[in-house]
Design a protein around this ligand. Structure first.
Ligand code: SAH
Ligand code: SF4
Length: 441
């Protein structure tokens, strides 16, 4: 019966949302819904939303309204509109006012009952709104059958306890709940059986994995168990995000010794000045950050370090910003995501005046990008002529390679296949890109 209803799923935001949508898709299929070929033709339009920046919220509202309109036009009758995720959690009533045609609204906690709510909304012709409080045991703790492919995600924690002053995530996702180790290992087993080649363990702060069940070093224990259980398996294991305050040197040492764990550390800096870091409630200083980065560089010289940086946090002066640039120059990040500060309701920083002019924020972003690029180009030199293994995967419809350090590699060879591990010799080509020449063995 439910097979008569088709659904389309649109996902905004972070990897955690992508992973949850993968799971949600499975739940809808299990419940008898079918996947629509085109979004505009779907009976049920599901939006898994993000609220981390105002821009993400505005963009989502625009996409939802547009898609709803085109579906209505195409089908002649309105689709069932479903919103879930962080934006729903944060805005709740406001959303019902802005989009009065919403049929089902849940936050971040009620994904597993969504197919049932959609069915109720459809059969009883009513609106369903549900916001359950965050509950242990962790949300969606059981494994599920993935869609298949080369790479997938595996959440190891849900929620966040860190309350960085600018960030809305602890308010939208609740306190940290860690997934029991046995479940993670079982899920990994299934991931290997399903033929995946790469898995990324997800958590807002992976180093605090297990703190909620009283084990402060549980992340090291988890990594070692993964190494023991899966050594020799053709699988790469990554993890994000490492909070610089909680990242222990033992984790670097475990990665250094491992054959499965990839030497890529995503260590969001956010800002370089101690004054701003303290206002952000990040819990580390510039020198502690630099110390950690140089430990990684020293122990695993080819390892890549990625980061997130916010410019224009309230009261950020030119001098504060220069300290961010100083860290960027010293560390030479391989990967960086940069953001302009966005005031978020309910956060501590919202009490501060958002006083850095828009023009200054934009200028800082431009200077920062330039310095980041210079550092990246310098780091690339250590890969010139290097022989290494790459994994072939699809990105924006093209086949590209990825090194264990998470660097993109282009191919001239058209015979490469998705999911292959290949030995290549790397060449740095103009524009700061890596080209992989296939070598045997
Ligand atoms: N848990 C991760 C990050 C989650 S949010 C961590 O601690 O690093 C992803 C990134 O969005 C953050 O690292 C931060 O750089 C950025 N971000 C979060 N809130 C923001 C805000 N209010 N304005 C601008 N950028 C923000
Ligand atoms: Fe937000 Fe900080 Fe938690 Fe990351 S660690 S999700 S930035 S509060």
């Amino acid at each position: 019966m439910r097979g008569q209803l088709s659904f389309a799923l649109c996902t905004f935001g972070c990897q955690m949302n992508k992973s949850r949508s993968e799971h949600l898709r499975y739940l809808f299929l299990q419940d008898g819904f079918s996947q629509a070929e085109r979004e505009e033709e779907a009976d049920v339009l599901v939006f898994n939303t993000c609220a981390v920046r105002e821009h993400a919220v505005q963009r989502a509202l625009g996409v939802i309204a547009n898609l709803y309109r085109s579906a209505l036009k195409k089908r002649g009758v309105p689709p069932i509109l479903v919103l879930c995720g962080c934006m729903s959690e944060l805005l709740r009533e406001e959303l019902l006012k802005k989009l009065p045609y919403i049929n089902v609204l849940v936050g971040t906690q009620d994904f597993e009952v969504l197919p049932r709510l959609v069915w109720e909304a459809y059969t009883d012709n009513k609106r369903c709104v549900l916001f359950s409080p965050p509950s242990p045991p962790p949300f969606l703790e059981q494994g599920y059958k993935r869609e298949g492919g080369t790479s997938t995600y595996l959440p190891i924690t849900f929620g966040c306890d860190n309350f960085c002053s600018y960030c809305v995530v602890p308010y939208t996702t609740g306190p940290q709940r860690s997934k029991p180790k046995e479940l993670i290992l079982e899920e990994l087993e299934a991931i290997v059986k399903e033929g995946f080649r790469e898995v990324t363990l997800l958590g807002q702060n992976v180093n605090s994995y297990g703190k909620d069940f009283g084990c402060p070093q549980a992340f090291e224990d988890l990594l070692m168990s993964i190494e023991q259980s899966f050594r020799g398996t053709p699988l790469w294991v990554r993890f994000i995000t490492s909070h610089p305050r909680d990242m222990r040197k033992e984790v670097v040492e475990i990665v250094q010794e491992s054959t499965l764990l990839c030497p890529y550390f995503h260590l969001p800096l956010q800002a370089g000045s101690d004054r701003i870091l303290s206002l952000m409630n990040r819990g580390y200083t510039k020198s502690q950050y630099l110390d950690l980065a140089s430990f990684i560089r020293e122990r695993i010289p080819k390892a890549a370090i990625g980061t997130d940086i916010i410019v224009g946090f309230p009261t950020e002066s030119d001098r504060d910003f220069e300290e961010t640039l100083e860290v960027v120059q010293k560390v030479e990040f391989e990967i960086a995501y940069t953001y302009v500060y966005s005031l978020r309701p309910r956060t501590k920083a919202a009490e501060l005046e958002d006083n850095v002019p828009e023009r200054t924020k934009k200028e800082r972003l431009e200077v920062l990008s330039k310095i980041l690029k210079e550092g990246y180009l310098k780091r690339l030199r250590c890969h010139e002529g290097r022989r290494t293994e790459v994994l072939v995967f699809q990105e924006n419809g093209k086949l590209v390679g990825k090194t264990k350090e998470n660097l993109r590699v282009l191919f001239e060879d058209s015979k490469v296949k998705e999911g292959q591990f290949l030995q290549v010799e790397l060449e740095v080509i103009p524009g700061g890109r890596l080209l992989g020449h296939r070598v045997s063995g």
